[in-house]
Design a protein around this ligand. Structure first.
Ligand SMILES: [Zn+2]
Ligand SMILES: [Zn+2]
Length: 115
């Protein structure tokens, strides 16, 4: 006795799902996949849109945060490089010191790092 399905009866791939405890909601990412053709970046696209519209990220998404210690400038990104680039350009143009928070250790970028 076997429960294996024949190859041509495999279920269609499920779109990924994301939930947010702050919104108390769960979403499937079919819209991102179908309408935005986001493909592998569907989760990232959803997370960025959610942050843009609600001010917070959904569950399980940890942003990199570049936060200026000297002015209100703060930016959040899902990948390290753009956060680092924001910190570097902010320091370069303003002379301010930016703290970079992420999943790894916290780093600080100041104007002397980007001369
Ligand atoms: Zn939310
Ligand atoms: Zn600043």
């Amino acid at each position: 006795m076997t429960n294996d399905l024949p190859d041509d009866e495999r279920p269609p791939p499920n779109p990924p799902t994301l939930s947010c405890t702050q919104c108390n909601r769960t979403w499937t990412l079919a819209y991102e996949l179908d309408e935005l053709h986001a493909g592998n970046s569907a989760v990232e696209q959803f997370a960025m849109d959610h942050q843009r519209h609600t001010g917070h990220f959904p569950d399980g998404v940890t942003p990199f945060i570049a936060d200026c210690t000297q002015c209100p400038a703060t930016e959040q990104y899902l990948t390290h490089r753009p956060a680092e680039r924001f910190a570097e350009t902010h320091a370069r143009h303003t002379g301010h010191t930016i703290t970079l928070f992420g999943t790894e250790k916290q780093t600080t970028i100041s104007a002397s790092d980007v001369r």
